[in-house]
Design a protein around this ligand. Structure first.
Ligand code: TYD
Ligand code: MG
Length: 453
């Protein structure tokens, strides 16, 4: 009988080594390696294929039924998926504990089952009664929604074959284990094996599978970076502690754009979609206070208005502080340098804090001008007119450059009652037909200063 072989697998990145190492050479995580028995090559091969023996065929001869997408009726969710759920796809949803992943997916299944699809919600964390209690809170009554409390992969697959659902939720992939591996539930081997079995089941039967994944302290979906490569779509459900807003973000999507975000609000009776996030993100802004401006940022396919706040105050440190929340730190440093050089602001001895209100992150260069004006406004203690919105990319020479989708941004601002809009001159020229808000084109930060201050 061959001797049993073991390998040491890093639980955070999946790196394998024949000996135990204190620090993973791949992801540099300390104390992350766990002993796992090596599976027999035969078993591995069986699982690696999708179980169908296919011959290569010319691409133009492969039949495609126009695959309709299933809609769950929660507009924000459908949009993040790229316009509904694709048959046979596997969606991984990650997020901090308590953020509302179970609630979201129960509501999604409710929506799907209302449209007549049979759905199965499998939880390895809660009992049927607990799920029912949550369901009551969410007013779920659909007879098409089945609930199961189970952690064994084999039994889950057995039940899926029996119930034949169109959509399946596995609430936390980390709690599921397969008896084909000796390692403990939640270890990377188990998680990878369970996921690959569920993926192959989905691809074979056209079942849509949602996996819920826990997120580790440093923000990755626990253990398996590898999981992200295996599934079709990876969604992150995030939100700041203390806010009721939740943002659903696609970080990988084989069937749609990854820039899309969906905004939800956690209420007494579950998550409610927020169809006009701009209203919320700028609702509580202080009027006539220096350092606060509203910019228009494109998230995915739609413009969202967000408030950028800056606070510039005298520093008593040898190296003044530069703190940013929600915007890129390096871009802020760059803009501060431009303001010093081109606009003559004295910022070298000032602490600068820049924050995007409402816990959103904006990563577009179009918010540059907003950051510049917010910092300038706070530094000079001159407020910006609250009915003014601005956007534009700032270059190193202090020039303001054109950005994409200017019209959509301007229209959104008009809808929300903004009267003036400062935008790059190059964009201004193409928007003569727009009357509200009043547009002022600028080609440099200095131009912008002349209008505002
Ligand atoms: P949950 O979906 O259990 O989070 P996760 O699965 O990501 O761990 O959500 C738990 C939180 O949501 C909990 O703190 C209570 C809150 N909540 C509401 O505010 N309203 C509701 O209707 C529900 C079901 C939960
Ligand atoms: Mg949960």
């Amino acid at each position: 009988m061959p001797r049993e072989r073991v390998t040491y697998v890093c639980q955070s990145c999946g790196h394998q080594s024949p000996k135990w190492l204190g620090r993973c050479p791949d992801c540099h995580q300390w104390n992350s390696q766990v002993e796992e028995r090596i599976e027999s090559p035969l078993h591995r091969r069986e699982n690696a294929s999708l179980g169908t023996k296919e011959e290569p065929s010319p691409i133009e001869q492969i039949p495609t039924e126009e695959e309709g997408r299933a809609l769950c009726g929660i507009g924000e969710f459908d949009r993040v998926l790229g316009g509904g759920l694709v048959k046979g796809s596997v969606v991984l949803t990650g997020g901090d504990p308590g953020i509302g992943k179970s609630t979201l997916l129960l509501q999604v299944l409710d929506g799907l089952s209302r449209s007549g699809l049979r759905c199965l919600y499998v939880s390895g964390e809660e009992s049927q009664r607990q799920i029912k209690m949550r369901g009551q809170r969410l007013a779920i009554t659909s007879p098409n929604l089945h609930v199961l409390s189970e952690t064994s992969l084999e039994r889950i697959i057995e039940q899926v074959k029996k119930v034949k659902p169109a959509a399946l939720v596995v609430d936390s992939i980390q709690t599921i284990f397969t008896t084909s591996l000796p390692s403990a539930a939640g270890s990377i081997g188990q998680v990878r094996e369970s996921t690959s079995s569920l993926i192959s089941l989905s691809k074979k039967t056209g079942l849509c599978t949602f996996l819920i994944g826990h997120v580790t302290k440093d923000g990755a979906i626990a253990g398996p970076r590898v999981l992200e490569h295996m599934v079709d779509t990876v969604l992150y459900f995030e939100g700041e502690r203390g806010y009721n807003f939740r943002i659903l973000r696609a970080v990988k999507n084989r069937f749609g754009s990854t820039n899309e975000i969906g905004v939800f609000e956690m209420k007494e009776a579950g998550l409610r979609e927020v169809t006009n996030p701009s209203e919320i993100f700028i609702a509580e802004r202080p009027l006539q206070a220096s350092g606060s401006v509203v910019v228009s940022s494109i998230e995915g396919t739609r413009p969202i208005l967000v408030e950028i706040q800056a606070l510039v105050s005298r520093s008593f440190l040898a190296i003044p502080r530069r703190t940013t929340i929600g915007v890129d730190h390096n871009r802020v440093a760059l803009i501060v340098a431009i303001l010093e050089k081109k606009m003559g602001l004295h910022l070298f001895n000032q602490d600068i804090f820049v924050n995007v209100a409402g816990g959103v992150h904006v990563s577009e260069p179009a918010v540059d001008l907003g950051v510049a004006v917010a910092v300038g406004s706070s530094s000079m203690d001159k407020p910006v007119d609250p009915s003014t919105i601005l956007f534009g990319e700032v270059g190193l020479a202090g020039e303001v450059r054109a950005i994409a989708q200017a019209e959509a941004r301007v229209k959104e601002a008009g809808k929300l009652g903004f009267k003036d809009c400062i935008l790059p001159q190059a964009n201004r020229q193409q928007l003569d037909h727009i009357k509200i808000p009043a547009l002022s084109g600028v080609s440099s930060i200095a131009d912008c200063w002349r209008i505002l201050f």
